[in-house]
Design a protein around this ligand. Structure first.
Ligand code: ADP
Ligand code: MG
Length: 339
């Protein structure tokens, strides 16, 4: 199964503050074709402390979007604002193109959400819990119960009491409850929290299926960077209430194409040839090979041509891939140093 949603067009990934700066309306997009979620300058203060500060996000449709940050970074607070559970102090947001909280009811009719841990009646079975949920969602919803139980892989345990379920099973039952209303967007707050490796794998596969086979958008918050890297197509990293990076996972992982590693027959000579090149920064010899930072990834081809034409035999030339975790630590540390 391919991890990335194919054919997804990522539009407007990098937000600018242009709308606000020129005094125009904060978010003004047609409902159809609008991003699944868009926020502009979203801010939430508790007293004089900012839990979420000037957050501008674009969540493209049909993707698994990771909202990553340590505990206390502001993830749940942002989700609560999107769901109209708490009011923003400043900024604006749309969900499926509809402004929230102004059109909260219309927007949320097409959204399934779990904020913090889902709660159920432990003495009722999984199926009975879904019947209770279906009853409040309106006529016709009950007919979807078998389908959603199957979708989350709980059909064989549906008649057991929820009190006997593992945390992973309760999380999946939570997703099943969200799916009852056939939502376009799922917002899951820390769905992997507390799950064992098997439970995480089940959750990850389920999220990929919801995105790839059913075309839904899944927004997940997490402090588990490795899981976001494995599960999501796009992510934002939040630290101290502020977004410090956002974009496709591939770009976040490669750091925008920055670093290049070159292995060749004569690293000393190659370093001499590249020293002074304005495209090459932080040139150094490491483990017998060369490492450097480039301004643009396309410059790798030029580097190769220069070395080869000078008679250097290049055996390997590739961008350095960082795990998202390394990037996350690198970015948060850099912020601390700058502060
Ligand atoms: N109701 C509240 N009153 C005061 N402070 C709060 C409240 N909710 C959250 N906070 C604070 O806002 C910050 C972000 O919290 P939260 O959004 O829960 O973070 P996360 O979900 O990323 O762990 C924390 O410093 C937290 O203590
Ligand atoms: Mg939280």
């Amino acid at each position: 199964m391919c991890k990335r949603a194919s054919g997804v067009i990522l539009i407007g990934m990098r937000n600018t503050h242009a709308n606000r700066d020129n005094g125009g309306p904060a978010v003004q997009i047609a409902e159809h074709g609008a991003p699944a979620v868009q926020t502009v300058g979203l801010t939430k203060h508790f007293g004089h402390r900012a839990a979420v500060e000037d957050v501008s996000l674009t969540v493209p449709r049909g993707t698994a979007y990771g909202f990553l940050g340590h505990n206390g970074a502001g993830k749940t607070t942002l989700i609560r604002m999107l769901l109209g559970l708490t009011r923003a102090s400043a900024g604006s947001a749309t969900v499926l193109g509809l402004p929230v909280p102004a059109q909260r009811a219309r927007a949320l009719a097409r959204v399934g959400a779990i904020v913090e841990e889902p709660s159920f009646y432990p003495h009722l079975t999984g199926r009975e819990n879904l019947k209770v949920a279906a009853a409040v969602r309106g006529p016709g919803v009950r007919t979807r119960i078998d389908e959603v139980l199957h979708r989350v892989g709980l059909e064989n345990r549906a008649n057991d009491r929820v009190g006997t379920y593992s945390l992973g099973m309760r999380q999946r039952l939570g997703v099943a409850r969200c799916l009852l209303s056939d939502p376009e967007l799922l917002i899951l707050d820390e769905p992997m929290n507390g799950l064992d490796p098997g439970g995480m794998l089940d959750m990850r596969r389920m999220i990929r299926t919801l995105v790839e086979e059913e075309g839904r958008t899944v927004f997940i918050s997490s402090h588990l960077l490795d899981e976001v890297e494995k599960t999501c197509d796009v992510a934002a990293i939040i630290d101290g209430g502020r977004v410090i990076a956002q974009g496709p996972i591939d770009e976040l992982v490669s750091g925008g194409g920055g670093e290049l590693v070159v292995e060749c027959d004569d690293a000393e000579r190659a370093a001499g040839l590249l020293a002074g090149d304005t495209a090459v920064h932080e040139l150094r010899i490491e483990h017998g090979g060369l490492r450097m930072r480039l301004l643009a990834p396309e410059q790798a081809g030029e580097i190769n041509a220069r070395l080869v034409s000078a008679g250097v035999v290049v055996s390997r030339l590739e961008p350095v891939r960082h795990s998202l975790e390394e990037r996350f630590l690198e970015m948060t540390t850099r912020l601390e140093v700058a502060a």
